[in-house]
Design a protein around this ligand. Structure first.
Ligand SMILES: Nc1ncnc2c1ncn2[C@@H]1O[C@H](COP(=O)(O)OP(=O)(O)O)[C@@H](O)[C@H]1O
Ligand SMILES: [Mg+2]
Length: 282
C-alpha cells in the first residue's frame, strides 16, 4: 500500500507585488554630458496601493514615472509589472500628466475619452462610447460630452484625463503631479474625488508629488526621495491620513517629520549624490 501523501491544494500565498522596481538608475545622455536623474531606486507597489513618490523638484520623480510607463529605459536596474519586464509603453499603464494640454483640443470630451479605447482596439465604437460616457459621469462631467477642452476649466480638463485613463482599466494608474497647476480649492476637491473614486474602484495608483500634504492625503505608502539624483530616503505608511485629518495635530506632526527626513536629513548622501552632471569620456 502506498503511504499517504500530502496533497497541495494551493500554492503558498506569495504576496507578489504588482509593480517591482529594483535598483533603478536613470540618466539622460547627450553628446556633451550625462544628467543623472535617479540612483538605484527600489520599491514595490501592491495591488490597490496608493503609492506616492515624494521628493523635491528635480529628484527624478517624473523620470521614474516615465520609466514605469515605458517611455524611457533604465541605465541599470529593472522594472517588472506582474512579473513581466517593462520594455515599452502599454495600455496596462496609463499616465495622467500635470499639463492641461494633454487632451487633443480638436476632440470633444467624449472623443478624448473614447480615443485610447479605439486606438488600442480595446473596444468597438459603440461599446467605447458607452464606456466613455460611464467614466465621464463618474468624474462628474455628465453633460459635457460634446464640449471641447478649451471651454473647460483646468480642473475639468484633469477630470477628463482621469476618465480617459480609468476607462482603459489599467493595471496601474500613473499620475504625475496631476493637481499641481490647479488653484488650492480645486486641488483639494480633486484630491477628495480621487479618494472617492479609489474607495469605489480600488485601482492601483502610483502618484508623484512634491507636496508633503498631498502625499499624506493621497497615499497609503510614501517613498521619500533625496534631492537629485533621487535615492530612497525612507518609505512610510500613511494610510491613517486623509483630507479629514489634514489640519489635525497628528497630520501636522507627520508632515513635520517628513520635512525633516527630506530636507534636514543627516547629510548621509555620499558625495556622488551631489554630482549631478559629469563629463563623459569620449
Ligand atoms: N529630457 C531630459 N533631458 C535631460 N535632462 C532631463 C530630462 N528630463 C529631466 N531631466 C533632468 O533629470 C533630473 C530629474 O528630473 P525629473 O525626473 O523631471 O524630476 P522631478 O520630476 O522630480 O522634478 C533633473 O535634473 C532634470 O533636469
Ligand atoms: Mg516632475
Amino acid at each position: 500500500m502506498q503511504p499517504p501523501t500530502l496533497q497541495i491544494v494551493r500554492p503558498p500565498a506569495a504576496p507578489q507585488p504588482l509593480l517591482r522596481v529594483r535598483d533603478v538608475s536613470l540618466a539622460y545622455r547627450s553628446a556633451a554630458r550625462t544628467v543623472r536623474a535617479t540612483h538605484e531606486v527600489s520599491f514595490d507597489v501592491h495591488r490597490g496601493d496608493r503609492f506616492v513618490l515624494l521628493g523635491p523638484s528635480g529628484c527624478g520623480k517624473s523620470s521614474l514615472l516615465k520609466a514605469v510607463a515605458g517611455f524611457i529605459a533604465p541605465q541599470s536596474g529593472s522594472i517588472e509589472l506582474d512579473g513581466q519586464a517593462v520594455t515599452r509603453p502599454g495600455p496596462d499603464r496609463i499616465v495622467v500628466f500635470q499639463e492641461f494640454d494633454q487632451l487633443p483640443p480638436w476632440k470633444t470630451v467624449l472623443e478624448n475619452v473614447m480615443f485610447p479605447l479605439l486606438a488600442t482596439g480595446r473596444l468597438a465604437r459603440g461599446a467605447a462610447r458607452e464606456r466613455a460616457q460611464h467614466w465621464i459621469g463618474k468624474v462628474g462631467l455628465g453633460g459635457f460630452e460634446d464640449a471641447h477642452p478649451h471651454t473647460l476649466s483646468g480642473g475639468m480638463k484633469q477630470r477628463v484625463a482621469i476618465a480617459r485613463a480609468l476607462a482603459m482599466q489599467p493595471e496601474v494608474l500613473l499620475m504625475d503631479e496631476p493637481f499641481a497647476a490647479l488653484d488650492a480649492l480645486t486641488r483639494r476637491k480633486m484630491q477628495e474625488e480621487l479618494g472617492r473614486l479609489w474607495e469605489e474602484l480600488r485601482f492601483t495608483l502610483l502618484f508623484v508629488t512634491h507636496s508633503i500634504e498631498e502625499a499624506l492625503v493621497v497615499g497609503n505608502r510614501i517613498l521619500l526621495l533625496s534631492p537629485h539624483p533621487g535615492r530612497v530616503r525612507a518609505e512610510l505608511n500613511s494610510h491613517q491620513f486623509d483630507l479629514h485629518s489634514a489640519g489635525s495635530a497628528g497630520f501636522q506632526e507627520a508632515a513635520r517629520r517628513i520635512h525633516g527626513l527630506l530636507f534636514e536629513a543627516d547629510g548621509a548622501a555620499p558625495p556622488a549624490a551631489q554630482e549631478q552632471v559629469y563629463r563623459v569620456a569620449i
